[in-house]
Structure formats: C-alpha cells, structure tokens
Design a protein around this ligand. Structure first.
Ligand code: UDX
Length: 424
C-alpha cells in the first residue's frame, strides 16, 4: 500500500467525479462507484460526461489511480474513507430526498473500519440520525463548496475545509485532516450538525447577498442610481466584500435555490419561520420575471414578437440548466404569446424539452436574425465579442435587455441599440 490513504467515492456525478479526480491528483488510489453501468464504462474509457474546465485532463492524467466500478465490494475492500457524493434533490414538500444516501447505507456492513464521509448536502441532523442507527460506522461531515466552472481549482485551493465529526469518529476526522493537509487551507473542525449547518448557511448567505443587490438594483432603476457603481462602492468596504454583488436576472443552479429552500424548511420543521429566506426566494422569483416588463415597456404586447434569449445555462462555463432563469423566461414569454429563439454555446440542446417550444439556434447571430429584442440571460464571454453592428443589422428592432449588466452599454447605444440593463 502506498503511504497515501486509498479512497472510496460513492456516486460519480459532478461532485463525485471532481472529488475522485482531485484526490487521485493528490496521489491517492481512488475507487469510484456508480450504479449506472453506462457511465462507469465511459468513464473507464476516459470519457468525461460533464462540462467542467480542467476535469477531462485530470481524469486522463490520473487514469492509473482512478478505478471506476459499479460494484461496492472493491470499494469496501480497498478503501476505508467512503466519500458519499450522491444526489439529494428536493422533494415536493421541500425536504431533501435522502433515498440515495439511504440506499448507500443499506449496502454497507457494520465494519467499524469504514467511515462515511458525507459530501452530499444533507439537512442538519442527518449525520446524527444515521449514527444513531449505525453506531458501528464512522461518520464525518465534509461539505463541498465547489462552484461549477471552477470546481477543480476550488477543490485544490479551498478557502476552508470543514470537517465535522463527533468524538466517536475523531480518528477518522484526523485522517481527513491528513488528507487535506497538502492543500494548505484553514481547517474548521466542528461537530457534525455544525458542519452541516455551515454548508447551508454559507449558500443561503450568498443567495441573500444576490437578492439584496437585486433589490437595490430595482430601486436604483426608479431613483436614477446605477447599481454597478453602487456595488463597487459597497464592495470596497472590507466588511461587505465585492463578490456576489452582481445584480442580474436572478440566481439559479443546483445549489442556491435548493439550499435556501432546505434551510427555510428545516427552520420551519422546528416551528421557526425564517422570514429573511422567504423574501430571498420571492425576490429571486420576481427578478426572473421582471425582464418581461422591460420588454413590454418598449414593445407593448408581446403577442407574435420574436424574442432571442442569449444564454440558457444558469451561469457561464457550464452546461447545467437546473433552475436556470432561461427556463422561466422562455415559459413566461411563450405565455405572453411571443416566439422565442435561444442560443447557448453548450447548454441549449440539453434544455430542449424544457424551453417551452423555443427554437434552438446554432449561433447568436442566427438567434437575433429578425428579432424584436434580444435578452442576455447568461454572461458567456463570447457575447461580449459579438459584432454588434452586424447584430444591429439583423434585428428587426434593436432592443437589448442585458440581464447581467455584462455588455458595453455605451458602445451599444452608440451602435444604435436601445439598451436596458438591470438597475442602471
Ligand atoms: C454555488 C456556491 O457558490 C458553491 O459554493 C456551492 O457549493 C454550490 O452553489 P454554483 O451553483 O456553481 O455554486 O454557482 P455560483 O457561481 O455560486 O452562482 C450561483 C448563481 O448566482 C448563478 O445563477 C449566478 O448567475 C448567480 N449570481 C452569482 C448572481 O446573480 N450574482 C452574483 O453576484 C453571483
């Protein structure tokens, strides 16, 4: 056995694959198990099924240390620390669906040599409840804070690593610390429930920051201030910080909407009404829809109007469309009677069935051809480099709604566009 601890990863989705390949990069042998045979086969051939910068290279470079399997036996045989990276999607009630976590636990024996390392986001209290039932197993909460599009550097250079364990699992937590030592990041050792809460509270706080600046944007629009300037001036205050103060058409993705909802629900289950988070969600939903009003302001009724949506992914550099604003907008626009065309460099075909009958274009120029308005939904870098004179020529009405305050407003106005940003 090499001196580096062998690792098990259970669930090879986005979090699992990033975790597995980064740990392999740090020199660990990794046994990564997924129940989907097709996925395991293609990963074993070196094919990476998700769009994440740097990940295919990492998988290729460390292929000798990465063992993909559908079988739990080799994972349990070789590894003692079992990183659980399965999905915990919200149910209709708003609680997290833990059935995949439970399925994993059901497959494990009661060997006191193994520990579950919970990477999946779970409700506060999950660790305690699992340990009550399975007191033979070790248990460590080790939440992930990876952002899509920068997951590999986020893993390798984290702001902090959170390791939550109770006394009984202290020895496993020590091994986890050793594992993360090469990353040279601050390590926060806590009890399990606090570690679970750190994850939910961090995401809820960031979502709150976004809804806050979006409301400042909406008020700025009315009062003649420019939210970009306001955010710049606020962000230089060390106590506030400049990040997550970009106003726009609302936050999406697989984490923020889900985690805000989960925390709100958890509070509610204890009889506490988390008022602030209720508002954060509501502001975000309204923000997604406000764009319709901006279009109506210039075009009147949207019946029969041709509207181009630039960007489908919930943010740039990912093909993830979960909770993406584009999905809400295409549905609302169709509801208003508009004809919608969408373009995204990577995510459009993925979203096809969810785009309420929108036509998928092969390029931004094709999407804007003959359009009455274009709405920038996702700030893909290529949109900044569009030939706007050409866009102007192609559009029927030169109206741009810049949903991320991403484009050069002055240049667009000079090129003859009517420009609407968010909060400016
Ligand atoms: C987020 C957290 O950042 C990460 O720590 C956690 O593990 C998972 O959730 P991610 O979902 O990849 O990561 O996206 P992030 O870059 O945080 O953006 C989330 C959403 O907020 C996007 O829709 C983005 O467009 C929006 N956003 C972000 C804003 O509207 N304004 C901002 O200033 C920042």
């Amino acid at each position: 056995m090499s001196e580096k601890e062998p690792i098990g990863v259970i669930g090879v989705g986005w979090v699992g694959l990033v975790t597995a390949s980064c740990l392999a990069e740090l020199g660990h042998e990794v046994w990564a198990r997924d129940i989907l045979a097709d996925k395991v086969e293609s990963l074993s051939r070196g094919e990476v099924p998700i769009h994440e910068p740097g990940l295919p290279e990492l998988v290729a470079k460390n292929s000798a240390r990465l063992h993909f399997t559908t079988d739990m036996a080799p994972v349990l045989e070789h590894a003692r620390l079992l990183f659980v990276c399965v999905d915990t999607p919200p149910t209709y009630s708003g609680d997290a669906d833990l059935s995949r976590v439970e399925a994993v636990i059901a497959e494990l024996g009661d060997s006191d040599e193994h520990a579950l390392v919970m990477k999946s986001t779970v409700p506060v209290g999950t660790g305690r409840s699992i340990q009550r039932r399975r007191d033979g197993l070790g248990y460590v909460s080790n939440p992930e804070f990876l952002q899509e599009g920068s997951a590999v550097p986020d893993f390798m250079k984290p702001d902090r690593v959170v390791i939550g364990a109770d006394n009984r699992s202290g020895r496993f937590a020590d091994r986890m610390e050793a594992l993360y030592e090469p990353l040279d990041a601050p390590i926060v050792r806590t009890d399990v429930a606090s570690a679970e809460m750190i994850k939910l509270a961090s995401n809820a706080f960031l979502a709150t920051k976004i809804s806050f600046i979006n409301e400042i944007a909406n008020v700025s629009e009315e009062l003649g201030a420019d939210v970009s300037e306001v955010a710049r001036g606020m962000g230089l205050d060390d106590r506030i910080g400049p990040r997550f103060l970009r106003a726009g058409v609302g936050f999406g993705g697989s984490c923020f909407p889900k985690d805000v909802q989960a925390l709100k629900q958890l509070a509610g289950n204890t009889g506490y009404h988390f008022q602030l988070l209720t508002a954060v969600v509501e502001v975000n939903e309204l923000q997604k829809r406000r764009t319709i009003g901006k279009l109506q302001k210039h075009l009147g009724s949207l019946v029969g109007k041709e509207i181009a949506l630039l960007g489908v992914a919930f943010k740039p550099n990912t093909d993830d469309i979960r909770e993406a604003t584009s999905l809400v907008l295409s549905g609302r626009l169709a509801g208003e009677g508009a004809n919608v065309r969408v373009y995204d460099p990577v995510a459009a075909t993925r979203a096809d069935e969810m785009l309420a009958g929108a036509r998928i274009s092969d390029s931004a120029l094709e999407a804007v051809d003959g359009a009455d308005a274009a709405v920038l939904v996702t700030e893909w870098p290529e949109f900044a480099d569009l030939d706007w004179a050409e866009v102007r020529e192609k559009m029927r009405v030169p109206l741009i709604v810049d949903g991320r305050n991403f484009l050069d407003r002055q240049a667009l106005i000079e090129a003859g566009f009517t420009y609407e940003g968010i909060g400016r």
